[in-house]
Design a protein around this ligand. Structure first.
Ligand code: UDX
Length: 448
């Protein structure tokens, strides 16, 4: 099949590379010339395990190409995937200007039947807007080509995107057209062999499914974080509670890990956008709004715990910080809890010495050179002259720590663990105070 993909960002590249890898002919379009020329030379601008290999192999095989020539790209594919960004507007709603610009481009240059596939996460009703934008352009040209618009949301986790694309739990397609169903069966056929994962539904249902899935996952996280807070004040250990509830298959163990809050490009943005849609239609979404409020509060927890540990005296203190990325396996710092912490620490006059296996350059790009930030090459380098250690991201390499060495190096024996990586007894045995989420020294002693 011939496939065009608009947007050489995270979703566009993963989709393009995975579809080319099973034999489709794919052309990826972007307006950014630097991005396109780098990709043509095999340089991949984002870090995602396995993606570079896939791009290089399929470039070499001639099945994957990159271009800035939108008119040619429109003519190329039967399928026209829209995988451009939908940033949050100031009010939290998704900004559709890039999506609609692509729709216009398609309308301006199409010369035969096309299927337009909304891959970007877009609010319910967007497919209809895309349809109108294309139809308007055709009308301006005075031509009448047939086309369909369908919704095909992605469910890719950063760090596991290739795996999710090839072995995800479902492929959702919102359409009423049999012609589209047939084309999508052909497009995804190679990834749909073991069992039929294709789910066809109405366009609006597909659009809402994406938001509902992310909002429910975010709800699970905010829920457990709220219970962790209760555990701290009720004298319970959240990790025991997590095991206790997760064993019920109706609840399950996934996405109930307490922590310093969710971040990334999807959950915060999608939760906000769905709450916004709900307000717009006069049906305020109370749970969804609360999920965001709880998460904002949770991102401040590590700073609160440090303040408590230092009796509010953080000015002049140096804090070692392990983990800048919003989760392991990525260099992405969008809405990362580490940022809320660093900014609060700087506001309180403290210094940060940070280490992350992948995200140092991203951190430098975001914050530039500043006197109160040192980006270390090794995690041990962050500890020199540090008063306490805080962990924001659960990178595997952080799971092994020599606590007795650590208690000698730190100026004050304090660990604040935003990901509950260790057993409180092990840390305390080395003479360290261990503040974690809903456990350890965070738990208040409660009078009977
Ligand atoms: C998410 C969805 O999982 C994916 O399906 C969707 O398409 C995009 O959004 P991603 O943002 O890459 O993917 O990350 P994910 O692994 O889901 O984690 C999101 C955030 O939740 C991270 O900050 C993570 O640390 C946090 N999290 C996750 C928890 O705090 N506790 C958990 O139990 C699980």
């Amino acid at each position: 099949m011939k496939i065009t993909i608009f947007g050489c960002g995270y979703v566009g590249l993963v989709t393009g590379a995975c579809l080319a890898d099973v034999g489709h002919e794919v052309i990826c379009v972007d307006v950014n010339e630097n991005t396109v020329s780098a990709l043509k030379a095999g340089q991949v601008p984002i870090y995602e395990p396995g993606l570079e290999r896939l791009i290089l192999d399929n470039l070499a095989a001639g099945r994957l190409n990159f271009t800035t020539d939108a008119p040619e790209a429109v003519k190329f594919g039967l399928l026209q995937f829209i995988a451009v960004g939908t940033p949050s507007d100031e009010d939290g709603s998704a900004d559709l200007k890039y999506v609609l610009k692509v729709a216009e481009t398609i309308g301006q240059h199409m010369n035969e039947y096309k299927i337009i596939v909304d891959k970007s996460t877009v609010p319910v009703g967007t497919a209809e807007k895309v349809e109108r934008a294309v139809a308007d352009e055709l009308e301006k040209r005075g031509v009448a080509f047939d086309f369909d618009v369908c919704s095909n949301p992605e469910f890719l986790k950063e760090g596991a995107a290739i795996e999710d694309f090839s072995r995800g739990s479902r492929i959702i397609v919102g359409t009423e057209s049999e012609r589209v169903r047939e084309a999508m069966r052909q497009c995804y056929g190679p990834y749909n062999r073991q069992r039929d994962k294709l789910m066809f539904m109405g366009v609006r249902s597909a659009e809402l499914t994406k938001y509902a899935a992310n909002a429910l996952l975010a709800t699970k996280i905010s829920f457990i974080n709220e219970v962790a807070n209760l555990a701290e004040h009720l004298g319970a250990e959240i990790e025991e509670v997590r095991h206790g509830i997760g064993s019920d298959p109706r609840i399950g163990y996934s996405f109930i890990y307490p922590g310093c809050g969710y971040g990334g490009s999807c959950f915060p943005k999608d939760v906000r956008a769905l709450a916004n849609t709900a307000d717009e239609i006069g049906q305020p979404a109370h749970i969804i709004k609360a999920v965001e409020r709880v998460n904002d509060r949770q991102k401040n927890k590590l700073f609160e715990k440090l303040s408590e540990a230092f009796d509010g005296q953080l000015a002049g203190k140096t804090i070692a910080l392990w983990g800048l990325a919003f989760k392991p396996g990525t260099d992405d710092m969008r809405e990362a809890p580490s940022r809320a912490l660093m900014e609060a620490l700087w506001g309180a006059g403290a210094q940060v010495q940070a280490f992350d296996p992948e995200a140092s350059n991203e951190c430098r790009r975001l914050y530039g050179e500043r006197d109160d930030l040192v980006l270390a090459e090794q995690r041990e380098d962050t500890l020199e002259g540090a008063h306490a250690l805080v962990i924001c991201t659960e990178w595997k390499a952080f799971r092994t720590v020599d606590f007795s060495a650590l208690s000698k190096t730190l100026l004050e024996p304090i660990i604040v663990d935003g990901r509950n990586l260790f057993h409180p007894d092990t840390v305390k045995a080395a003479g360290l105070a261990y503040y974690a989420i809903g456990r350890g020294d965070s738990v208040r002693s409660v009078q009977a």
